[in-house]
Design a protein around this ligand. Structure first.
Ligand SMILES: *Cc1c(COP(=O)(O)O)cnc(C)c1O
Length: 399
């Protein structure tokens, strides 16, 4: 064999006696076949056969199988982001002439996609109040192909009555899709409550370290799996095994991280609620949170993401006071090891049910730092906020 050929063909090292607890990273575009006949018959092997890297390698399939097991679904597909999981899930099942009803409180980029792209494709889009299923029922018509839910809703944390939504969808021959990113399947399994499709932004708690983007789509049966598989293959969307390896690693500690984040949140909340500048905390475990009763009925617990609404007097000073934070980082996304805050506008993203209050909710994601350091950092923030409020005289008009 010539050296040039030797450089190309690998004679593998023995794997006898080797094992590891981690999942190896298998990279491939080409998957070679043992002979011409097996290549010819590759499509006869069903969904689990490997034929091209885009549709999976043992690394990505391992991750997909683990998610399917947690969701108690039929099959899971991995895509490059949580947003892609939502858009592919919708595009797989909703076509020109169909109608889709989307919760008013969804992840804002979905609203943008629905208003720009779905409408351009000839799909009728309407937004519904996630706290008013009777109204949703009245919006259903023969063309309605899908109800899209997100529970709790982005930023404002309304928990939806999934069983009721499923009942309405199925009675009208529609599908129910649900974005379950806040809860993860550890705390809520939408497919067990009647949903047909569940998506997760694996970018958040699953991967858990703010260094990778990925999304998952899990469906309830084989017919739906074939539909999503075909759509992904035609669109040419797949994920990198290296990224899957990061998500697999993060997922090993997801339960421990979620548990710690929820417990730390529970211990931080009373002092936050007592602040004179705080009007209300948005968090499903709190009585009074919209849909709290459905959280109590359906969920196994809470994660570490909540929202703070400030008093009208304090709201204009929140941005400036955020700069006092030393441990919390300021930034988008959440569910990582590092605690984060992000000031979120709400009004422009609510059309079914106008947002009545101040147009700023501070989204907080509690990470895995020590409780005492987070407590001190929040004290610094609230002290700065109080100082800004006191020195601003009079309070800004109309605030
Ligand atoms: C972050 C998020 C997404 C999008 O995930 P990306 O991986 O950032 O695209 C979707 N849904 C919800 C509820 C999210 O919080």
């Amino acid at each position: 064999m010539d050296d040039w050929t030797r450089c190309v063909i690998s004679s593998e090292a023995s794997r006898d006696g080797f094992a590891s607890l981690g999942v190896p990273v298998y990279r491939a575009s080409t998957i070679p076949f043992p002979n011409a006949q097996s290549y010819q018959k590759r499509h006869e092997r069903g969904d689990e056969g490997y034929s091209y890297g885009l549709s999976g390698t043992p690394t990505s399939r391992t991750l997909a199988h683990k998610i399917t097991a947690l969701q108690q679904g039929h099959r899971t597909f991995l895509v490059p982001s949580g947003q892609a999981a939502i858009t592919v899930a919708i595009l797989s099942f909703v076509q020109a002439g169909d109608r889709i009803l989307i919760a008013d409180t969804v992840y804002p980029p979905l609203r943008d996609f629905a208003e720009k792209d779905l409408r351009t494709l000839g799909i009728d889009v309407a937004f519904y109040d996630p706290t008013a299923p009777d109204e949703l029922e009245r919006m259903m018509d023969r063309r309605t192909r899908m109800i899209w839910a997100e529970s709790p809703g982005s930023t404002t944390m309304e928990v939806q009555d999934m069983r009721r939504l499923a009942e309405i969808a199925h009675r009208h021959g529609a599908l129910l899709g649900c974005d379950n990113t806040w809860a993860t399947p550890l705390l809520f399994k939408p497919l067990q409550h009647g949903a047909d499709i569940v998506v997760e932004a694996l970018t958040k708690y699953f991967s858990g370290h703010s260094d990778v983007l990925m999304g998952s789509i899990t469906v309830r049966d084989q017919a739906m799996a074939s539909t999503v598989k075909g759509k992904l293959s035609r669109l040419g969307i797949g994920v990198s095994p290296d990224d899957c390896s990061l998500v697999l690693r993060g997922m090993e500690t997801m339960a421990v991280r979620l548990h710690y984040c929820a417990e730390t949140t529970r211990r931080l909340l009373p002092a936050i609620a007592d602040q004179p500048s705080v009007d209300r905390i948005l968090y499903p475990p709190l009585p009074g949170n919209p849909g709290h009763e459905f959280w109590k009925r359906d969920f196994n617990g809470a994660s570490g993401v909540f929202g703070i609404i400030f008093t009208p007097a304090a709201t204009p000073h929140v941005f400036a006071a955020l700069d006092a934070l030393k441990i919390f980082a300021i930034g988008a996304s959440w569910g990582g090891t590092r605690s984060l805050v992000a000031p979120m506008p709400v009004k422009a993203n609510r059309t079914a049910q106008p947002w009545p209050g101040e147009d700023l909710v501070l989204r907080v994601s509690i990470g895995v730092e020590a409780l005492s350091d987070l407590q001190e950092d929040l004290d610094r923030f609230f002290a700065a906020l109080d100082t800004f409020c006191e020195t601003a005289s009079p309070a800004p008009a109309g605030a």
